[in-house]
Design a binder for this molecule. Structure first.
Ligand SMILES: Cc1cc2nc3c(=O)[nH]c(=O)nc-3n(C[C@H](O)[C@H](O)[C@H](O)COP(=O)(O)OP(=O)(O)OC[C@H]3O[C@@H](n4cnc5c(N)ncnc54)[C@H](O)[C@@H]3O)c2cc1C
Length: 397
């Protein structure tokens, strides 16, 4: 089965993602390194992988994506690998500082209250999310995001910068707009990238969009006028200190198990560590988003075929718990939930399972376990460890 996202370009099922990976492998070496920052416009993003929706949900894992690319390009795959590690870095960084996520949510509450009272701010915000600012590139990219659910990384940087420094809008609102619209929406990569552009991640170092560079990098498609010439970095408290990431309950390997597939990990059946679990059923819960639904349905079918057990869909935590009990399971196992809505939901599921005397365990990928301890400071501290981390994952050049 090969279903892609509505734009047919950003795969969310495993078959479609593998096809996209195969197409992309020849372009992932020096061509990626030199061409990855040019935005050629919708339908012409061939210089980048467009695998983010699949990587976000681990429909394909980092190792599965990197293996053929490193085999084809050797050291010339470094630029691509480094981008994949940016994702790992942001995930690990937010796991070490969940307060940054909660601070963002609290700020949104305050800003929403201001939006109700301040008509001017509310009108400027509406113009931004409708792409009606009069800034040609910004309005185009907001439209592209709405139509396709995707934006090129470099375009994301320009949009975020113009949002914050030219339009003078709170970065928190922009981050929410992206999180609600991107097919690859990820609490860590998104929140921390917005903070990075705003000058809050690497303190005092903001990203300023420049008109001339935008014209050059888009092949002359845009000539934005009136862009800010100086970044005004928003006020924000210092980062909280890094704490060790949450250590979830590990699966018990002889306990009858219901495998719950969530958008956090859509290829659990490929994990050798889970192969010896006595899985009696595989289930997904109703997902509010179409992309999450498509990805988890695809993963459900694969996992059920792999373990040779029934595949079931349930409405929510209480039904999941009832299903596990009916199937004679004593534990539910799922992919590790990251800080954000996934963890909130996991907590609700754990409550429902506890009431029925069932345990909830999470599978932590070795990739995360190895990399996250190095993701607590700047990216460059993690970058130094990339050769070791790749070797540990069997990704020798
Ligand atoms: C303001 C802003 C918001 C962002 N929000 C998200 C988000 O919600 N979800 C998300 O997955 N990425 C986010 N990114 C990072 C990046 O833009 C996307 O991962 C990338 O554009 C996805 O396209 P691709 O798969 O073609 O990338 P490629 O260039 O082919 O890169 C391969 C993979 O590496 C990872 N990656 C690449 N660049 C980055 C980066 N700068 N930071 C983190 N990971 C990266 C992605 O998993 C990507 O699929 C954001 C960047 C910015 C500037």
């Amino acid at each position: 089965m090969t279903i892609c996202s509505p734009a047919l370009d950003f795969p969310v099922t495993r078959d479609a993602a593998r096809m996209r990976l195969t197409q992309f492998v020849p372009h992932a070496g020096s061509a990626y390194a030199s061409g990855r920052n040019a935005d050629h416009g919708p339908g012409r993003h061939d210089a980048v992988s467009r695998l983010s929706a699949a990587l976000r949900r681990r429909t394909l894992s980092e190792v599965e994506v990197l293996r053929p690319i490193i085999a084809a390009h050797g050291p010339a795959a470094d630029a691509f690998a480094s981008e994949v590690f940016w994702r790992t870095y942001f995930k690990g960084w937010l796991e070490a500082r969940p307060l940054v996520w909660h601070g963002w949510l609290a700020a949104l509450d305050r800003i929403d209250a201001r939006l109700v009272e301040d008509d001017t701010l509310s009108a400027r915000h509406l113009a931004a999310i409708r792409g009606e600012t009069g800034i040609d590139c910004f309005d185009h990219w907001i439209g592209e995001l709405a139509t396709t659910g995707y934006l090129h990384n470099w375009a994301r940087m320009q949009v975020a910068s113009i949002w914050i420094f030219t339009l003078g809008l709170p970065w928190e609102l922009g981050a929410r707009h992206f999180l609600q619209t991107l097919h690859d929406a990820d609490p860590a990569s998104n929140t921390l990238s917005w903070r990075w552009v705003a000058g809050l991640h690497t303190r005092g170092k903001a990203y300023l969009a420049e008109a001339g560079r935008i014209t050059r990098m888009t092949g002359g498609r845009f000539s934005p006028l009136g862009l800010a010439t100086r970044p005004r970095i928003p006020d924000a408290p210092d980062h909280p200190p890094a704490a060790p990431p949450r250590e979830p309950v590990a699966p018990v390997f002889d306990a009858p198990t219901l495998l719950w597939i969530s958008p956090e990990d859509c290829s659990l059946e490929t994990e050798p560590a889970l192969g010896r679990l006595p899985v009696r059923a595989v289930a997904v819960m109703d997902e509010p988003g179409a992309i999450d639904r498509a990805a988890t349905d695809d993963a459900l079918a694969r996992a059920a075929a792999h373990f040779g057990v029934p595949a079931l869909r349930v409405a929510g935590p209480v039904a999941l718990s009832a299903l596990a009990t009916d199937a004679g399971c004593t534990q539910v196992v799922t992919g590790r939930a990251a800080v954000g809505p996934a963890l909130d939901r996991l907590i609700a599921v754990r409550g429902a399972l506890r009431r029925d005397g069932l345990a909830l365990a999470e599978h932590v990928r070795v990739w995360d376990r190895n990399a996250w301890p190095h993701a607590t400071r700047g990216f460059f501290a993690l970058r130094e460890r990339i050769p070791d981390l790749m070797a540990a994952a069997g990704l020798a050049k």
